[in-house]
Design a protein around this ligand. Structure first.
Ligand SMILES: Cc1cc2nc3c(=O)[nH]c(=O)nc-3n(C[C@H](O)[C@H](O)[C@H](O)COP(=O)(O)OP(=O)(O)OC[C@H]3O[C@@H](n4cnc5c(N)ncnc54)[C@H](O)[C@@H]3O)c2cc1C
Length: 225
């Protein structure tokens, strides 16, 4: 996800609409985390009109939000998510020690087309932030996405809040790990039931699809299939 952050313009927003200290901004984040569904508005959009379904998500949050750092001010954020990345990474063994952690190389944006689509999404988000309803009270952007070179800004954004999937993919070909009823190929009595079995990432957040996989697996196990 690429997050673009906008603080409130304190010269235009009445003081009672925000509290000025950094801890107060942090309490905004805590209150938002506990009382909100997450982003208050989400749009799913196509980067090209001829696409069969959306390939970008743009999410609006009423906090200056960044998954990795505490908020520094009151304001809002727009997050841009690539829904169907062409780039794929690898998970491999680091050593023969079964307790050693695996080697994970996500290879975010390793395909040029992903960068192009994400840059398109960031431009859309910046246009949204210029809408009269928002520009009347927002201050200058905190990130550097609008500062000119969006193409160089986007790859610098970390992607590790993105849901991962497909590492243990379902299928019947030689590279598939589980069969269509989630049994591990070549082993008896072992199923994999989580986001890793998705053959292709869904065009949405992955939690609901993972719960659906789990419900289906429970039915399969109860039926003895
Ligand atoms: C930062 C972040 C934000 C996200 N936001 C959203 C969102 O807003 N909406 C959405 O739909 N999805 C979101 N997702 C994705 C969602 O969380 C995942 O799709 C979902 O949790 C996948 O479920 P899972 O069962 O495959 O894996 P997990 O939920 O990761 O479950 C794996 C479980 O296995 C346990 N485990 C690991 N190793 C071992 C071990 N050796 N022994 C025993 N237990 C072990 C872990 O502790 C964990 O409980 C987000 C993901 C991240 C990382």
């Amino acid at each position: 996800m690429v997050v673009i952050k906008f603080p409130l313009d304190k010269t235009r927003v009445p003081a009672e609409c925000y509290l000025s200290s950094q801890p107060a901004a942090l309490s905004d984040l805590q209150a938002w985390s506990l009382t909100s569904n997450g982003p208050e508005a989400i749009s799913f959009v196509r980067s090209r009109a001829d696409l069969p379904a959306p390939d970008l998500e743009i999410a609006f949050a009423p906090v200056v939000y960044d998954i990795l750092t505490p908020p520094v001010d009151h304001g809002f954020s727009l997050g841009v998510v690539l829904l169907q990345p062409e780039s794929s990474g690898t998970v491999s063994l680091r050593s023969a020690d079964p307790f050693a952690s695996p080697q994970i190389n996500p290879r975010f944006l390793s395909r040029e087309v992903d960068l192009e689509v994400l840059v398109h999404g960031v431009k859309l988000a910046l246009d949204i932030a210029k809408a009269p309803a928002l520009i009347s009270f927002r201050g200058a952007e905190l990130t550097s996405a609008g500062a000119g070179d969006i193409e160089s800004f986007v790859p610098r954004c970390r992607g590790d809040d993105l849901p991962s999937s497909r590492t243990c993919r379902m299928g019947t070909d030689a590279m598939a790990v589980v069969d269509p009823v989630l049994r591990v190929h070549g082993l008896q009595g072992l199923r994999v039931v989580d986001a890793s079995v998705m053959p292709r990432i869904v065009r949405a957040h992955t939690n609901a699809a993972t719960i659906m996989i789990a419900e289906k697996a429970a039915d399969l196990i109860k039926r003895g299939s």
